[in-house]
Design a protein around this ligand. Sequence first.
Ligand code: 5RP
Length: 236
Amino acid sequence: MTAALSPIDKAKYIAARRAVEFVEDGMRVGLGTGSTAAWMVRCLGEMVREDGIKITGVATSARTAQLAREVGVPVKTLDEVRWLDLTIDGADEYDADLNLIKGGGGALLHEKIVATASDQMVVIADLSKQVDTLGAFPLPVEVIPFGWQTTKALIEEMLSNVDVLGRSASLRLNGADPFRTDEGNYILDLHLRRIANPAQLSLVLNQIPGVVENGLFLDICDVLVIGNADGTVEVR
Ligand code: 5RP
């Protein structure tokens, strides 16, 4: 199955293949969003169709829900399931303490709600996402469309009081229009380059009224599975 894949897709597939070994019959599983998470959903579909395991998926985005249904993974809402045994999701960056930046795919709000409602979060990634200090990847922040320019100005002003290297924010676009999350909100990408104190930044961001949630996932990830293009895998 992996012969035709590009090296990066092979690394993602290898991580996904290993991570689904955490899934047991009867589990309620949070399904992440993104290209790595899509491999995980396909692997789960295979387990449902070929091994006959019974699981219930809770998707973190409309596109993940659609893929899950296509490959045969039954999907329910978080309110139907309430609590999950496990969530498997990708990440845009991870550090040595398993803190993450997420939201490159714009699903950070649902991803954080689902991961927080799970006994365990397993993150799947490749080595290209490893950093010493978070912040090279622009930090996604979900904001309410109402007054977003004022919210952006407040965020940029607040950034002058925290220990980061860059201080600009840009509205994420989808063509000529603002990108919309599944909740209809906008995403501001913060170009920080280096976040010295992620916990402080997360708290301060979430105190700004127009901010819904930010893409820092701190002390949420329990297990990190790193796939490599040579077929090897590391579990931390
Ligand atoms: C989506 C996310 C994704 O997990 C993150 O962007 C990684 O995506 P990919 O696996 O495609 O690199 O947070 O909101």
